[in-house]
Design a protein around this ligand. Sequence first.
Ligand SMILES: [Zn+2]
Length: 322
Amino acid sequence: MIKIMIDAGHYGKRYNKGVVEGYYESEVMWKLHLLLKEALLSYGFEVLTTREDAAKNVDVYDRGIMSKGCDLFVSLHSNSVSGSPSTQRVVVIEPVNGKGQKVAKLIGDAVVKTMALKGNFYLQTTTKKTSKGKDYYGVIRGATDVGTIGLIIEHSFHSNEEACKWLLNKDNLKRLAEAEAGAIAEYFGVSKPESDEDVLKYSDLKEGTLVSIKDGAVYYNGKAIPESILKDNWYVAKKPTSDRVVIDKNESLKRSIDSAIDVKYLKLAEKKKVEEEKPAVKVEIQAEDASVETVQSSGSTALQSLLESIKKLLQAIVELFK
Ligand SMILES: [Zn+2]
Protein backbone atom coordinates (compact mmCIF):
# COMPACT_ATOMS: atom_id res chain seq x y z
CA MET A 1 0.00 0.00 0.00
CA ILE A 2 1.26 3.48 -0.83
CA LYS A 3 2.10 5.44 2.32
CA ILE A 4 1.97 9.22 2.53
CA MET A 5 3.10 11.33 5.46
CA ILE A 6 1.65 14.80 5.92
CA ASP A 7 3.22 17.46 8.06
CA ALA A 8 1.44 20.61 9.22
CA GLY A 9 4.30 23.07 8.89
CA HIS A 10 4.24 24.74 12.32
CA TYR A 11 2.99 24.01 15.80
CA GLY A 12 0.79 26.05 18.11
CA LYS A 13 -2.38 27.91 17.22
CA ARG A 14 -1.05 31.36 16.52
CA TYR A 15 2.22 31.15 14.66
CA ASN A 16 2.88 33.37 11.64
CA LYS A 17 0.07 35.89 11.46
CA GLY A 18 -1.27 36.78 8.03
CA VAL A 19 -2.28 40.18 6.66
CA VAL A 20 -5.96 39.33 7.07
CA GLU A 21 -7.29 39.35 10.62
CA GLY A 22 -7.62 35.84 12.03
CA TYR A 23 -5.09 34.15 9.76
CA TYR A 24 -2.30 32.15 11.34
CA GLU A 25 -0.18 29.86 9.18
CA SER A 26 0.06 27.23 11.93
CA GLU A 27 -3.70 27.04 12.46
CA VAL A 28 -4.79 27.09 8.79
CA MET A 29 -2.15 24.57 7.69
CA TRP A 30 -3.18 22.31 10.58
CA LYS A 31 -6.75 22.39 9.23
CA LEU A 32 -5.53 21.79 5.68
CA HIS A 33 -3.41 18.80 6.71
CA LEU A 34 -6.45 17.12 8.33
CA LEU A 35 -8.52 17.72 5.18
CA LEU A 36 -5.70 16.40 3.01
CA LYS A 37 -5.49 13.30 5.22
CA GLU A 38 -9.21 12.69 4.73
CA ALA A 39 -8.99 13.25 0.96
CA LEU A 40 -6.01 10.89 0.61
CA LEU A 41 -7.75 8.20 2.67
CA SER A 42 -10.63 8.29 0.19
CA TYR A 43 -8.16 7.13 -2.49
CA GLY A 44 -7.16 4.20 -0.32
CA PHE A 45 -3.69 5.55 0.61
CA GLU A 46 -2.24 4.82 4.01
CA VAL A 47 -1.84 8.25 5.58
CA LEU A 48 0.38 9.21 8.49
CA THR A 49 0.88 12.61 10.08
CA THR A 50 3.94 13.88 11.89
CA ARG A 51 1.93 14.58 15.06
CA GLU A 52 -1.49 14.11 16.63
CA ASP A 53 -1.42 17.28 18.68
CA ALA A 54 -1.38 20.74 17.04
CA ALA A 55 0.42 22.20 20.06
CA LYS A 56 3.26 19.70 19.92
CA ASN A 57 6.53 20.45 18.19
CA VAL A 58 8.84 17.95 16.57
CA ASP A 59 12.21 19.06 15.22
CA VAL A 60 12.00 19.53 11.44
CA TYR A 61 14.74 17.04 10.59
CA ASP A 62 13.10 14.44 12.84
CA ARG A 63 9.78 14.94 11.02
CA GLY A 64 11.49 14.00 7.78
CA ILE A 65 13.08 10.96 9.45
CA MET A 66 9.62 9.87 10.63
CA SER A 67 8.66 9.31 6.99
CA LYS A 68 10.87 6.20 6.79
CA GLY A 69 8.97 3.60 4.76
CA CYS A 70 6.68 6.22 3.20
CA ASP A 71 6.48 6.94 -0.52
CA LEU A 72 5.97 10.66 -0.11
CA PHE A 73 6.31 13.28 2.60
CA VAL A 74 4.61 16.69 2.25
CA SER A 75 5.02 19.62 4.60
CA LEU A 76 2.28 22.25 4.31
CA HIS A 77 2.96 25.97 4.60
CA SER A 78 1.97 29.42 3.48
CA ASN A 79 4.74 31.84 2.61
CA SER A 80 5.56 35.34 3.74
CA VAL A 81 7.67 38.19 2.46
CA SER A 82 7.91 41.66 3.94
CA GLY A 83 7.61 44.72 1.77
CA SER A 84 6.07 42.92 -1.21
CA PRO A 85 2.33 42.55 -0.58
CA SER A 86 1.58 41.60 -4.21
CA THR A 87 3.84 38.51 -4.16
CA GLN A 88 1.58 35.49 -4.26
CA ARG A 89 3.17 32.70 -6.33
CA VAL A 90 2.96 29.08 -5.22
CA VAL A 91 6.34 27.59 -4.32
CA VAL A 92 7.06 23.88 -4.06
CA ILE A 93 10.50 22.97 -2.74
CA GLU A 94 11.73 19.55 -3.82
CA PRO A 95 14.78 17.49 -2.88
CA VAL A 96 18.11 18.23 -4.59
CA ASN A 97 18.35 14.60 -5.76
CA GLY A 98 15.71 15.44 -8.39
CA LYS A 99 13.38 12.59 -7.38
CA GLY A 100 10.53 14.93 -6.48
CA GLN A 101 10.34 16.90 -9.74
CA LYS A 102 7.32 15.22 -11.22
CA VAL A 103 5.17 15.09 -8.11
CA ALA A 104 6.18 18.66 -7.13
CA LYS A 105 4.93 19.91 -10.48
CA LEU A 106 1.68 17.93 -10.29
CA ILE A 107 0.83 19.16 -6.79
CA GLY A 108 1.96 22.72 -7.51
CA ASP A 109 -0.14 22.90 -10.66
CA ALA A 110 -3.15 21.62 -8.72
CA VAL A 111 -2.67 24.32 -6.07
CA VAL A 112 -2.35 27.08 -8.67
CA LYS A 113 -5.40 25.85 -10.56
CA THR A 114 -7.51 25.61 -7.42
CA MET A 115 -6.50 28.90 -5.79
CA ALA A 116 -6.66 30.72 -9.14
CA LEU A 117 -5.68 34.09 -7.66
CA LYS A 118 -6.11 37.11 -9.88
CA GLY A 119 -2.66 38.71 -9.76
CA ASN A 120 0.75 37.52 -10.92
CA PHE A 121 0.04 33.95 -9.86
CA TYR A 122 2.11 30.99 -11.00
CA LEU A 123 4.03 27.94 -9.82
CA GLN A 124 7.69 27.97 -8.92
CA THR A 125 9.32 24.62 -8.18
CA THR A 126 12.75 24.90 -6.69
CA THR A 127 15.45 23.29 -4.55
CA LYS A 128 17.63 24.78 -1.88
CA LYS A 129 20.90 23.22 -0.82
CA THR A 130 23.58 23.68 1.81
CA SER A 131 27.20 24.41 0.90
CA LYS A 132 27.79 20.66 1.16
CA GLY A 133 25.09 20.03 -1.46
CA LYS A 134 22.56 18.59 0.99
CA ASP A 135 18.96 19.69 1.23
CA TYR A 136 18.82 22.98 3.11
CA TYR A 137 15.42 22.39 4.70
CA GLY A 138 15.39 19.95 7.60
CA VAL A 139 12.17 18.17 6.67
CA ILE A 140 13.39 17.45 3.14
CA ARG A 141 16.87 16.48 4.36
CA GLY A 142 15.35 14.08 6.89
CA ALA A 143 13.02 12.56 4.31
CA THR A 144 15.88 12.16 1.79
CA ASP A 145 18.04 10.50 4.46
CA VAL A 146 15.41 7.76 4.89
CA GLY A 147 14.76 7.42 1.15
CA THR A 148 11.45 9.29 0.98
CA ILE A 149 10.59 12.05 -1.50
CA GLY A 150 10.06 15.11 0.71
CA LEU A 151 8.33 18.30 -0.44
CA ILE A 152 7.55 21.66 1.12
CA ILE A 153 4.41 23.18 -0.36
CA GLU A 154 4.02 26.92 0.12
CA HIS A 155 0.36 27.72 -0.58
CA SER A 156 0.95 31.23 -1.81
CA PHE A 157 1.80 34.05 0.61
CA HIS A 158 -0.10 35.00 3.75
CA SER A 159 1.54 38.41 3.32
CA ASN A 160 -0.73 38.77 0.27
CA GLU A 161 -4.27 39.85 1.05
CA GLU A 162 -6.04 37.91 -1.69
CA ALA A 163 -4.23 34.66 -0.83
CA CYS A 164 -4.72 35.12 2.89
CA LYS A 165 -8.44 35.75 2.49
CA TRP A 166 -8.76 32.75 0.16
CA LEU A 167 -7.03 30.42 2.62
CA LEU A 168 -9.29 31.55 5.47
CA ASN A 169 -12.32 30.03 3.70
CA LYS A 170 -13.05 26.49 4.88
CA ASP A 171 -14.64 25.41 1.59
CA ASN A 172 -11.58 26.62 -0.29
CA LEU A 173 -9.34 24.57 1.98
CA LYS A 174 -11.45 21.52 1.30
CA ARG A 175 -11.19 22.03 -2.46
CA LEU A 176 -7.45 22.54 -2.10
CA ALA A 177 -7.11 19.28 -0.15
CA GLU A 178 -9.14 17.41 -2.78
CA ALA A 179 -7.04 18.86 -5.60
CA GLU A 180 -3.76 17.99 -3.89
CA ALA A 181 -4.94 14.47 -3.12
CA GLY A 182 -6.01 14.15 -6.77
CA ALA A 183 -2.54 15.23 -7.93
CA ILE A 184 -0.85 12.76 -5.57
CA ALA A 185 -3.18 10.01 -6.79
CA GLU A 186 -2.35 10.89 -10.38
CA TYR A 187 1.36 10.69 -9.59
CA PHE A 188 0.97 7.20 -8.13
CA GLY A 189 -1.53 6.15 -10.81
CA VAL A 190 -4.25 5.53 -8.24
CA SER A 191 -7.95 6.20 -8.76
CA LYS A 192 -10.66 6.52 -6.17
CA PRO A 193 -12.31 3.22 -5.25
CA GLU A 194 -16.04 3.35 -5.86
CA SER A 195 -18.26 3.62 -2.85
CA ASP A 196 -21.10 1.10 -2.53
CA GLU A 197 -23.68 3.66 -3.64
CA ASP A 198 -21.89 4.08 -6.97
CA VAL A 199 -22.14 0.40 -7.80
CA LEU A 200 -25.31 -0.22 -9.75
CA LYS A 201 -27.17 -3.54 -9.68
CA TYR A 202 -29.37 -4.72 -12.55
CA SER A 203 -32.33 -4.77 -10.16
CA ASP A 204 -31.92 -0.98 -9.81
CA LEU A 205 -32.79 -0.59 -13.49
CA LYS A 206 -36.05 -0.69 -15.35
CA GLU A 207 -37.27 0.16 -18.83
CA GLY A 208 -36.57 3.80 -19.52
CA THR A 209 -33.88 4.33 -16.81
CA LEU A 210 -31.37 6.86 -18.11
CA VAL A 211 -27.78 5.66 -17.77
CA SER A 212 -24.32 6.76 -18.77
CA ILE A 213 -21.40 4.49 -19.63
CA LYS A 214 -18.26 4.41 -17.48
CA ASP A 215 -14.80 5.01 -18.92
CA GLY A 216 -13.10 1.82 -20.03
CA ALA A 217 -16.39 0.05 -20.73
CA VAL A 218 -16.84 -2.50 -23.53
CA TYR A 219 -19.99 -4.08 -24.95
CA TYR A 220 -21.31 -7.28 -23.38
CA ASN A 221 -19.70 -9.24 -26.20
CA GLY A 222 -16.34 -7.65 -25.40
CA LYS A 223 -16.23 -5.32 -28.40
CA ALA A 224 -15.09 -1.74 -28.15
CA ILE A 225 -17.64 1.04 -27.70
CA PRO A 226 -17.16 4.04 -30.01
CA GLU A 227 -16.27 7.31 -28.31
CA SER A 228 -19.44 9.05 -29.53
CA ILE A 229 -21.54 6.41 -27.78
CA LEU A 230 -19.51 6.58 -24.55
CA LYS A 231 -20.16 10.32 -24.36
CA ASP A 232 -23.94 10.09 -24.58
CA ASN A 233 -26.61 9.04 -22.07
CA TRP A 234 -28.86 6.08 -22.93
CA TYR A 235 -32.24 4.68 -21.98
CA VAL A 236 -32.51 1.09 -20.78
CA ALA A 237 -34.65 -0.74 -23.38
CA LYS A 238 -36.37 -3.22 -21.08
CA LYS A 239 -36.15 -4.26 -17.45
CA PRO A 240 -33.04 -6.42 -17.19
CA THR A 241 -33.21 -9.87 -15.60
CA SER A 242 -29.45 -10.29 -15.30
CA ASP A 243 -26.27 -8.20 -15.47
CA ARG A 244 -26.78 -8.06 -19.23
CA VAL A 245 -28.55 -4.74 -19.81
CA VAL A 246 -29.83 -3.65 -23.21
CA ILE A 247 -29.61 0.05 -23.89
CA ASP A 248 -31.25 1.54 -26.94
CA LYS A 249 -32.33 5.17 -27.42
CA ASN A 250 -30.02 8.00 -26.51
CA GLU A 251 -31.08 10.89 -24.32
CA SER A 252 -32.20 13.10 -27.20
CA LEU A 253 -34.01 10.08 -28.74
CA LYS A 254 -32.18 10.73 -31.99
CA ARG A 255 -30.03 7.63 -31.93
CA SER A 256 -30.82 4.00 -31.43
CA ILE A 257 -28.15 1.36 -30.71
CA ASP A 258 -30.00 -1.64 -29.20
CA SER A 259 -26.81 -2.98 -27.60
CA ALA A 260 -26.09 -5.10 -24.55
CA ILE A 261 -23.65 -4.00 -21.87
CA ASP A 262 -22.75 -5.35 -18.44
CA VAL A 263 -24.43 -3.42 -15.61
CA LYS A 264 -21.00 -2.89 -13.99
CA TYR A 265 -20.21 -0.40 -16.75
CA LEU A 266 -23.34 1.69 -16.19
CA LYS A 267 -24.07 4.65 -13.95
CA LEU A 268 -27.36 6.39 -13.32
CA ALA A 269 -27.40 9.59 -15.37
CA GLU A 270 -29.10 12.88 -14.82
CA LYS A 271 -30.94 14.42 -17.71
CA LYS A 272 -28.88 17.04 -19.50
CA LYS A 273 -30.28 20.38 -20.43
CA VAL A 274 -31.84 20.36 -23.87
CA GLU A 275 -29.12 20.92 -26.42
CA GLU A 276 -29.50 23.33 -29.24
CA GLU A 277 -30.63 21.85 -32.52
CA LYS A 278 -27.61 20.81 -34.54
CA PRO A 279 -27.54 21.29 -38.30
CA ALA A 280 -26.75 17.66 -39.04
CA VAL A 281 -27.91 14.53 -37.28
CA LYS A 282 -25.84 11.40 -37.39
CA VAL A 283 -27.99 8.32 -37.07
CA GLU A 284 -26.18 5.21 -35.99
CA ILE A 285 -27.74 1.80 -36.10
CA GLN A 286 -25.91 -0.51 -33.74
CA ALA A 287 -26.63 -4.20 -34.06
CA GLU A 288 -26.13 -6.74 -31.26
CA ASP A 289 -22.86 -7.88 -32.75
CA ALA A 290 -21.67 -4.27 -32.46
CA SER A 291 -21.25 -3.83 -36.18
CA VAL A 292 -22.01 -0.23 -36.98
CA GLU A 293 -23.96 1.14 -39.86
CA THR A 294 -23.85 4.85 -40.24
CA VAL A 295 -26.32 6.98 -42.07
CA GLN A 296 -25.25 10.55 -42.51
CA SER A 297 -28.03 12.87 -43.43
CA SER A 298 -28.88 16.48 -43.07
CA GLY A 299 -30.82 16.68 -39.82
CA SER A 300 -34.42 17.74 -39.92
CA THR A 301 -35.02 16.71 -43.55
CA ALA A 302 -34.07 13.13 -42.72
CA LEU A 303 -36.34 13.12 -39.70
CA GLN A 304 -39.16 14.66 -41.68
CA SER A 305 -38.91 12.12 -44.46
CA LEU A 306 -38.84 9.35 -41.86
CA LEU A 307 -42.00 10.72 -40.23
CA GLU A 308 -43.51 11.08 -43.68
CA SER A 309 -42.80 7.40 -44.43
CA ILE A 310 -44.30 6.29 -41.10
CA LYS A 311 -47.39 8.37 -41.83
CA LYS A 312 -47.75 6.77 -45.26
CA LEU A 313 -47.31 3.32 -43.76
CA LEU A 314 -49.98 3.98 -41.15
CA GLN A 315 -52.32 5.29 -43.82
CA ALA A 316 -51.71 2.13 -45.86
CA ILE A 317 -52.53 -0.04 -42.81
CA VAL A 318 -55.71 1.96 -42.19
CA GLU A 319 -56.64 1.49 -45.89
CA LEU A 320 -56.05 -2.23 -45.53
CA PHE A 321 -58.62 -2.55 -42.73
CA LYS A 322 -61.27 -0.40 -44.35
ZN1 LIG B 1 5.84 27.90 7.14
